[in-house]
Design a protein around this ligand. Structure first.
Ligand SMILES: [Fe+2]
Length: 254
């Protein structure tokens, strides 16, 4: 049984001015390195999920540059916003990038916008319409295996500053998933660090940023300083017809 391979790239934090760094990192160059590494993988990924904070503070020119990059890729991309994005602008500019449900080989990938009710600190929330969309899609694809993508973490990560800006209504999210056993995995960004947990029988996967990484289990924001863990990263997922997921985080020296 052959799986199909999905890539996740997240938290690119592109600036308006491509020469402008983000926390000391050349995020444009790092994104190029990540994409080049992904394109060199065998077997090749069949699509890329971009899970938010694609630009920093809604930087409009960052979206234009990203759009040009994505249009030149040999595989399709789909994006959702994070707290640093301008969700309205993404909907305007995105076209097919905005597709919310992807169906392939017995799997349905459902992408959610978790940027409702911004608290000004980076926290996120699923609007009631978004929760209804999730419920409706899970009913529609009840005979499929499902992977959910969103920006904000729906579980705490044992870092005080990050747990204060996680998905605010995670309880409502998990209540919906509890009655839909076909959900096999959840992927998210936002935390700028890797992780792989099982919760309510669902694999919850955290993915490092293509920009900067945050050190795990800290009271305050702390940049990662491990020579390996500070490297830009992305995730590959193999989705099998029987519902299994295998996955790995790739780190890219740049
Ligand atoms: Fe981010």
């Amino acid at each position: 049984m052959n799986p199909f391979t999905v890539a996740q790239i997240t938290d690119c934090h592109l600036q308006n001015d491509p020469r402008q760094d983000y926390r000391g990192r050349d995020v444009e160059q790092q994104l190029d390195c990540v994409v080049d590494d992904l394109l060199a993988q065998t077997p090749a990924a069949e699509l890329i999920l971009w899970t938010g904070d694609l630009v920093h503070h809604g930087a409009q020119k960052g979206y234009h540059r990203l759009n040009e990059r994505l249009a030149a890729l040999p595989l399709p991309s789909y994006w959702i916003p994070g707290n640093h994005d301008d969700a309205d602008l993404m909907r305007q500019l995105g076209g097919k990038l905005n597709q919310r449900t992807l169906v392939k080989q017995g799997w349905a990938i459902i992408l959610l916008d978790s940027t409702s009710e911004p608290d000004g600190q980076g926290g996120g929330c699923l609007a009631s319409l978004e929760l209804s969309f999730l419920e409706q899609q899970l009913q529609l694809y009840k005979d499929y295996h499902c992977l959910i993508g969103l920006h904000h973490n729906p579980l705490p990560v044992d870092s005080e500053w990050q747990d204060s800006i996680m998905l605010a209504n995670a309880g409502a999210f998990w209540r919906i998933l509890a009655s839909h056993q076909q959900v096999k995995g959840v992927i998210h960004g936002h935390v700028h660090q890797p992780g792989d947990h099982l919760y309510q029988g669902v694999r919850v996967l955290m993915t490092p940023a293509s920009s900067v990484q945050f050190k795990a289990r800290c009271r305050q924001m702390t940049l990662e300083d491990s020579p390996v863990l500070e490297l830009p990263g992305y995730r590959l997922l193999q989705l099998y017809p029987d519902g299994r997921i295998t996955t790995s985080v790739k780190r890219v020296a740049c």
